[in-house]
Design a protein around this ligand. Structure first.
Ligand code: SDX
Length: 447
């Protein structure tokens, strides 16, 4: 017995030995299983890739049953407590924690690439005052590709490194400028004397010439950036890899990833949670809301996960951070509704049976709102730190000799070949066909 699968095709009686490697079989090894020479061979059918590995990766490890998350082997709990976002971004991108000089160089590069081309402001000015900041963010990241045509050299390590600095450095600036546009305030340019999180807070909220970020809020935001930096093959990382596999430049690929993140089932969930908590309005309304969830009327946003079938470790850390932030901002009353929602949900069979627990988005928005961010900025706050994760996934894909342009198969169940129908015959032929289908359905019912 070895690391192989013995598969017998009962249509032909033939048996095949298929290699098992890293807990998986290669889908291409199934193509040899055919009934005759005209047969294309077996495919796998896996909508939403629920059990399909699209790549080999060494960046992030998640154990959904045990609630484990590690970046390059380091537990998220230790990184959240002991590291900084810039150091974690270096780790995710390079595979090792930096030495002091490596960190200093990386931080210097990020700081000094945070300014954006003045013409980007014209892109922002093209948006309505009430444009959603995430829609602006997606557009502006894509627009960056027009300012850096050198980014097309995706196989050039130097070019990749330069675009990495530019993207990580500029996304907070783009985010803050988008926000300032929606409130009709002048743009605050980056301040090179501040930390990554501190500079972002200043670009967002400085209303006079002097602004010092509150150290507790700066640390909390930096920690939230660490928690959101990467999460293996989530929907937006998949988008980054798929778009990048055509050798599109990293700005267009990141714009595609940000677009995927925008969805309420993914990074848009933190915004949806706040809207949900405000709709619930008070702890007394929680039981009736939970009933609506159980009746399938609404989703409990911020709950459930494709991988975590236990508590999302990030949610645990965020819940703790909330209290540190509230010590400065005052308590956000929505936390009481959220805690009651969690308490009741975790007792309800509906959630226990489906292994639905709070995920990263359940508590993060409550902190963001307490810090003064508008709800519409929440997906943007997710995209800023995830940019380093997307780039790491993109670099790993581009440098993986196993990878090619992403082009999935399909199972075609449509019409067989048929001749073109001239306009004069179309109504008749379609109704004849519909009648025939109705007849066959009626016949089927009689059996
Ligand atoms: C993120 O992938 C990642 O890693 C993502 C992320 C990252 O860091 O990149 O972790 C970030 O996107 C977190 C998830 C944020 N999204 C939400 O909070 C939105 C609400 N949650 C869901 O819509 C849902 O849980 C998903 C999308 C997160 C996961 O969906 P799956 O794995 O496709 O599960 P499913 O939709 O098939 O649900 C299985 C069952 C269904 O019930 P049945 O059909 O079996 O009766 O659970 C139910 C679902 O109806 N269910 C929920 C629910 N989530 C799942 N029911 C009510 N409320 C929910 N939130």
């Amino acid at each position: 017995m070895g690391d192989t699968l013995s598969v017998t095709d009962n249509r032909t009686g033939k048996t095949y030995e298929i290699a098992i490697e890293d807990g998986a079989i290669r889908a291409m090894d199934l193509r040899q299983i055919r009934v005759d020479d005209d047969d294309y061979g077996l495919k796998t059918y896996d909508p939403a890739f629920k059990n399909t590995a699209s790549c080999k990766s060494r960046i992030t490890f998640i154990d959904g049953e045990k609630g484990i998350l590690r970046y390059r082997g380091y537990p998220i709990e230790q990184l959240a407590e002991k590291s900084s976002y810039i150091e974690v971004a270096y780790l995710i991108l390079n595979g090792e924690l930096p030495t002091q000089s490596q960190l200093d160089i990386f931080a210097h590069e990020i700081t000094h690439h945070s300014i954006i081309h003045e013409y980007i402001k014209r892109v922002i000015e093209g948006f309505r005052y009430d444009a959603h900041p995430m829609g602006m963010f997606v557009s502006m990241v894509g627009a960056l590709s027009t300012f850096y045509p050198d980014a097309k050299k995706v196989h050039d390590p130097q070019s990749r490194q330069l675009q990495t600095y530019r993207l990580i450095a500029k996304v907070p600036t783009l985010a803050a400028f988008a926000y300032r546009h929606t409130i009709g305030m002048r743009f605050n340019y980056p301040d090179n004397d501040l930390s990554y999180a501190g500079n972002f807070l200043k670009m967002m909220f400085c209303m006079s010439n002097s602004y010092t970020p509150d150290p507790v809020l700066e640390k909390a935001l930096d920690q939230l950036f660490i928690l959101h930096a990467d999460h293996e093959q989530n929907c937006s990382a998949n988008a980054m890899r798929a778009v990048g596999s055509s050798e599109a430049d990293p700005y267009c690929s990141t714009a595609a990833a940000a677009a995927a993140l925008y969805g309420p089932l993914h990074g848009g969930a933190n915004e949806a949670v706040l809207r949900m908590l405000n709709e619930i309005g008070s702890k007394d309304n929680v039981p009736s809301f939970v009933k609506r969830v159980k009746d399938g009327e609404v989703r409990l946003m911020g709950f459930g996960h494709r991988v975590y079938k236990s508590y999302d470790p990030r949610a645990k850390i965020i819940k703790k951070t909330a209290h540190e932030v509230f010590s400065v901002t005052g308590k956000n009353p929505l936390i009481d509704i959220a805690l009651e929602l969690e308490r009741i949900a975790l007792q309800e069979d509906y959630f226990v049976k489906r292994k639905l627990y709070p995920n990263v988005d359940f508590y993060s928005g409550i902190i963001y709102e307490a810090m003064g961010f508008p709800v519409s900025m929440f997906p943007v706050l997710f995209a800023i730190p995830r940019t380093s994760g997307w780039i790491a996934q993109w670099v790993e894909m581009i440098t993986d000799s196993d990878q090619k342009i992403a082009r999935p198969q399909q199972l075609y169940l449509g019409e067989d070949e048929r001749d073109f129908v001239p306009m004069r015959n179309r109504g008749r032929s379609i109704s004849k066909k519909l009648d025939a289908k109705a007849q066959s359905r009626k016949g089927a019912r009689k059996k």
